[in-house]
Design a protein around this ligand. Structure first.
Ligand SMILES: *Cc1c(COP(=O)(O)O)cnc(C)c1O
Length: 552
């Protein structure tokens, strides 16, 4: 305890040797936390994971900690004090969550029967992505300011974050990075194709380091432009580009905290029926698999979890993997991406992504799934009884082979039965259609008066099915914590569609938070750009140049 980091008897730092990171594809290892946060993606195309998942040996003693103190204990197990001194880390965490409107940051509310709702939308942009991006923004600034100590002008390390957004990521990233020193942020959104609230949330941020670009095109066009920029030698010779998408390890790490916190909230709220050590189920509306993966880490650290329920919308690559062991862009069974289209009137992109009522989960492949695959492959390799180095090497090779098949053949699998069984021990999956999403919003409003956003509704429907399965199995009931990932006012279209005929329902009085009122009257800053990556490149370079001059 020589470093003096003691919180409720837990000296996290004293237990932790320096934590190092490796790539899921085996080509990179021994990296520091700072390196993986600033790099984002590994050079071999893989994602960074800790070389070992730390065990939180005294997690039970964290029960009564505030969110901030709990976050400090969890994060300390992954970030060595030699990298970020304890006092600095604590201050970073405190500032990151001071922007939240709810006193306990991520409150747990009882929804119905054994289902509880973990409200993750009390941050600045009313979506769960704030939990990670408020922290990531401060982390970027911390590392950059430290690298720039004593440097002036052009010698300073300046990061230019470029990203494409269909709504949620963009606004949360902008609010995470606004006003931060030595960082510029450029967010590309498809002009006129993000929800009005999301567009206003982005464009009414006037900080000089925030640049909104409205692209004449769709979301895929925006993504293609961003990819072209990252691959362009010209812009990379003048600017240091950075990414904030959910493959960034710091985002996953920040999200592990609320799994612990909600578990303790439940224990506090139900002291008679729920004891520390009892198991829970989590139901998680999933897209890129980042949110639920954070839960997996919490579980591996020691949190007692019976099952994680993966809740997907009609973009169901994850659900299909759990049912078949095959991970494929195009389904080979059931309602195909093309099949139901005409009948449902659902639009599809060329590549088979469906536009659904829960757009933040409209993905073709889930990038963070690669991280789980590594742990499954590692577990499988370990059963052969070789040494740890060999197991890690095997896992990296296996993941590389799978991901290469995904790229060249559009899919891989079925995976070994042992791997699939390991996946099924910890996870179950559910696919929820748009109609079922609307029905769930409607029934929860009717039954308990709670208005769910469409993403949250996907999770709640999956939780209800899980409850039914537990009942049918004859096992004792397990409390379910269903993650609420967005405030319903962000998705007015779907909510209104579900509730328009309900007696006494009125969007403005029932759903709209005061923060959204009058947003459309505020000053906006956004530039229209054509769907041409060179034009975007020239604009980005010019605007960063102007910012560095301090001209604005
Ligand atoms: C991003 C997002 C999700 C999906 O989270 P993943 O980490 O990508 O699985 C779900 N709901 C909302 C509202 C989101 O913004």
């Amino acid at each position: 305890m020589s470093n003096g980091v003691v919180t409720n008897g837990v000296s996290s730092h004293a237990q932790t040797p320096s934590q190092r990171y490796l790539s899921t594809r085996g080509g990179d290892s021994g990296l520091s936390f700072e390196e993986v946060v600033l790099k984002g993606l590994a050079s071999d195309g893989g994602l960074y994971i800790p070389e070992a998942i730390p065990e939180a040996t005294q997690w039970q003693s964290w029960k009564d900690l505030s969110f901030v103190d709990l976050a400090f204990n969890v994060l300390s197990l992954y970030i060595s004090p030699s990298e970020i001194p304890a006092e600095d880390l604590k201050d970073l965490i405190r500032r990151s969550y001071a922007t939240f409107r709810a006193e306990d940051i991520t409150p747990l509310v009882h929804l119905q029967d054994s289902i509880h709702l973990l409200e993750l939308f009390h941050g600045p942009t009313f979506a769960f992505k704030d939990v990670a991006l408020q922290f990531l923004g401060n982390l970027f600034e911390y590392f950059l300011v430290r690298r720039n100590e004593g440097k002036t002008g052009r010698d300073r390390y300046h990061l230019t974050v470029v990203g494409a957004t269909s709504g949620d990521t963009g606004s949360a990233a902008i609010y995470g990075l606004r006003g931060k020193k030595d960082v510029s942020v450029f967010m590309l959104h498809p002009k006129g194709r993000v929800s009005p609230i999301q567009e206003l949330q982005m464009t009414t941020v006037l900080d000089p380091n925030v640049h909104n670009l409205a692209v004449t095109g769709n979301f895929d066009n925006c993504q293609d432009i961003v990819k072209a920029l990252f691959a362009d030698p010209d812009i990379n010779s003048t600017l240091k580009l950075g990414a904030v998408n959910s493959i960034n390890w710091a985002r996953i790490l920040a999200q592990t905290v609320y799994y612990f916190y909600s578990y303790f909230s439940l224990a506090r709220q139900q002291p008679e029926s729920f004891k520390i050590g009892d198991k829970v189920r989590f139901s998680v509306p999933s897209g890129n698999f980042g949110d639920i993966l954070a839960g997996y880490f919490a579980h591996r650290m020691g949190l007692p979890v019976d099952k994680f329920v993966i809740a997907t919308n009609e973009n169901d690559i994850l659900d299909r993997f759990w049912k078949t062991g095959k991970y494929e862009k195009k389904p080979t069974y059931g309602p195909s991406a093309e099949g139901g289209l005409a009948a449902d009137g659902v639009k599809a992109h060329e590549d088979g992504v469906k536009e659904t009522l829960s757009p933040a989960m409209d993905i073709l492949v889930s990038s963070n799934f690669e991280r789980l695959l590594w742990f499954l492959a590692y577990e499988f390799a370990s059963s052969a009884g070789m040494d740890d180095e060999w197991n890690k090497k095997q896992a990296g090779q296996e993941v590389s082979a799978w991901l290469s098949d995904l790229k060249t053949k559009g899919g891989f699998g079925p995976v070994y039965q042992d791997v699939l069984e390991a996946a099924r021990r910890t996870f179950e999956s559910e696919r929820v259609s748009d109609q079922e999403t609307l029905d769930t919003i409607q029934s929860l409003y009717k039954e308990v008066g709670y208005v769910l956003d469409p993403h949250t509704a996907v999770g709640v429907e999956a939780a209800r099915r899980s409850v039914r399965r537990v009942v049918e199995s004859g096992m004792p009931m397990v409390p379910h914590i269903s993650l609420s990932t967005a405030h319903p006012a962000k998705f007015a279209g779907a909510v209104t569609l579900a509730l328009k005929d309900e007696e006494g329902f009125e969007f403005n009085s029932k759903v709209l938070p005061p923060e959204f009122v009058g947003l459309d009257q505020k000053e906006k800053r956004v530039k229209d750009v054509p769907n041409e990556w060179q034009a975007v490149r020239d604009l980005v370079k010019a605007e960063v140049e102007e910012e560095l001059k301090g001209a604005r």
